[in-house]
Structure formats: C-alpha cells, structure tokens
Design a protein around this ligand. Sequence first.
Ligand code: NDP
Ligand code: 8X3
Length: 259
Amino acid sequence: MKKTIMITGATSGIGEACARLLAVDGHRLVLTGRRLDRLERLSEELINAGAGGVHFLGMDVRDRAAVEAGISKLPSGWKTIDVLINNAGLALGLSGIDGGDPGEWDQMLDTNVKGLLYVSRAVIPLMAERRQGQIINIGSIAGRETYPNGNVYCATKHAVSSLTKGMRLDLLPYGIRVSQVSPGAVETEFSLVRFHGDAQKAKGVYRGFRPLSGEDVAVAVKFAIDLPGHVNVDDLLLMPSAQASATMIRRDESEGGAH
Ligand code: NDP
Ligand code: 8X3
C-alpha cells in the first residue's frame, strides 16, 4: 500500500537513505531538514526514482512555532501522514561532563529530545483523528548504553527510548504503532558534525571495520513499515557485525582507528 511518510532530517545520512529506499516503493514523502538546497535536489531525484509525490519543508525542529506552522500549513492532501520517521538529531563533541560545552548540551537536548517532541505533537492529532498511523523514532545503541564522554548525547538517546515507550502506551487507544530503530555505528555525516567538521577525526571513528551505512538502517525502517498492521517492531537494535557494544569494536589493527 502506498503511504504518506514524513521524514525529519532527510538532507543526509539515515534520513536521506530512508527517503531514497521508500521512494522506490512509490510512497509519498514529506521531507524536512534545515538545508533547503539539499531538500530541493533530493525531491527532484526521488520523483524520478518513482516516489508517489514529494513535498519538502525547510524547518529547524528546535523552532516550535516553525514546526507547528509547517505541519499545520501542509496542503490538505499531504496531511494524511501514515508514518512519521523521527530521525533528525546530532551529537556535538565527545568530552567529559566536567569539560562539556553547555551550548552544545542545549543544542543536543533541543534537537534530539524537544525537536522530536514538537514534531510528534504536531503530527499525532492528524493520525489520531484517522485512528491509524506509525511513528518510528531513530534511537541508538547510545540509548541502551552510556559510554565514556558520551554523557549528554547518550542521555538524549535514552530519552528517545523512554519517549518511544511513553508514546506506545499513550497512543494505543488510537491504533498508532510506535517503533524505535536503534543503530550502532553508522557512517554518515554524524561524526563530521560531532567533531565540528574535522574530517580526519570523523574518518577515524570508522577506521578498521565496516560500519553500518544509512542504507542498512533504511532497510530496517522499511521492514518496520512493511509489516502488517497487527505487527509492531517495538525496538530493533541494529549493529555492525564488528561491534559488540557501544565501545567494543573489532578493528583491523593494520588500519588503526579509535572510537
Ligand atoms: P547526519 O548528520 O548524516 O544527519 C542528521 C540529519 O538531522 C540531517 O538531515 C540534518 O539536517 C538533521 N538535523 C540536525 N539538526 C536538525 C535540526 N535542528 N532541525 C532539523 N533537522 C536537523 O547523521 P545521521 O544520519 O547519522 O543521524 C540521523 C539520526 O540517527 C540521529 O538522530 C542520530 O542520533 C541517529 N543515530 C546515528 C548513528 C550514527 O552512528 N550515525 C547511530 C545511531 C543513531 P539539516 O542539517 O539539513 O537540518
Ligand atoms: C550514534 C552511535 O555510538 O556514536 O548514536 O553514539 S554512537
């Protein structure tokens, strides 16, 4: 069945990979992110790839008024959102709690937790009135384990995990399915953002082993979407085969690298 699927953070990485994979199935896509030029380019490409339609929305999920306005002003045909993929998120820095940057803490909490809440709060009534829908939150291994220097980022992903459970409980009466897909290391722009554009440092995170790709995670998201309505993925933990925990990664020593 063709669905209307909204993806936050579709300009790169996991969100972009989900958009590409779901376009091929002919779904209608509502793509969001801050980088409008990327959304514009991707939309054109996805129409050619078979998407049933693409509507893009330049919005910062931290801006509650912009989120509410953007979603309430969707053209009426685009308000029947069947699936919301709450993917927009980021880590900033990797340092001890004693040396952390409170400005970066704000940005992570505002994006990963409050942004997810703002978008969900605006979309849920549209699903509730139709008594159907699915929300897929992109969690993380960092929402299962706290690793050294991951402090605030890990806390935001623990919050996503808790909110996923809370949504599942509260939205049960409306028949809205709530899922979480929690990946381990995925090579995207994530580490480039975390290390403030330091490409060498970002590359080092993935050196010596094969991380997940955005496409690998998109396959898991598509799996959750394609299941029949009576089946729900509660939480799918998806790891690279070379990663046994947040910090234990089997690396080819000849290539070096560090987490
Ligand atoms: P990327 O940096 O490649 O993509 C992040 C996306 O989030 C971009 O599209 C970006 O869009 C969007 N985004 C960030 N901040 C905002 C904001 N304030 N408003 C709107 N959109 C925003 O990283 P990933 O694809 O890896 O990350 C996607 C999700 O996956 C995140 O929630 C991350 O925590 C999670 N994750 C990542 C893992 C990894 O190892 N990479 C592992 C587990 C989970 P734009 O900049 O255009 O706004
Ligand atoms: C991203 C994966 O392990 O870098 O959520 O936190 S990790």
